[in-house]
Write a protein that binds this ligand. Sequence first.
Ligand SMILES: [Fe+2]
Length: 304
Amino acid sequence: MYETLSKRLGKKLWEQRQSIESSKKHLEKNRILAAPPPVHPYSIIKYILRATGLIYPARRQFRAPILEHNSFQIPGLPAQLNGFTILHLTDLHIELEHTLSPIIVKGIKDLAYDLCVITGDIQHAYNAADKAINLLKPILMAINRPVYAVPGNHDSTELIAKLEVEGLPFLLNEHIPINHKGMNFHLCGIDDPIYFRTHDVKKARQGLSSKETTLLLSHAATTAEEANAADYTLQLSGHTHGGQLCLPWGIPILKGATPRQRVKGTWNHQRLLGYTSRGIGASHIPARLFCPPEITLHTLLKKS
Ligand SMILES: [Fe+2]
């Protein structure tokens, strides 16, 4: 099962992933993800939410995803691809809260789209692959068009390998042609650029000309500079959760390494057009404040 993955990722990046996954530091990180100790920033935030009563609106917001509609105006988009629609899910952290799976199914089951993409963090704790897969299965069944994924910083090799067997293909520094009305565009995807750092933006579109329409799936918008330099047309990302627990007007308290203008919604970096989804799930605490979860429909439009 892992042999094919190691070949696709290449010896160097495969060994890098394996060395991280077997390290003492990683096992400790997983222990914290699976059950944060009482004195830990995540546990303290939870206490504060409970003590202030904010936990109730925050839990309600977590359970109420918003359907966001975004359109990209793309110069030179082939006429056949005008109107092509992509369902974008990201940051499910699906086993963190088992009630999320039916909420996602309800949110996507009646949507119309041409392609579905998942930009990582399917699971939360690294050793929870089987539990995550069981909760993901009904969601995969509700997706009625082709679906592809890339890993996030929470996704283990075990999860990737087992989900591919279940029929969810991953793009690991690879690309695949997507044919629509007789016209191809190229869906490219990279391994996680944040924790494992086993991504290779250039390799993911190797062999394609700079004139081709290329969509990069990257867990984090931090790869925008590389993607722009490699001539990608679009990038779809997640990772930030839009801040997840925000101040009024959605101002993120913590933003991590992602530049502020790419924390959520549409952005561009020179010629590259991009979008960062707030994600459908939550990290560490199944709660959100001033930052509702989202299911996103992107429409590609020809810029006249
Ligand atoms: Fe995430």
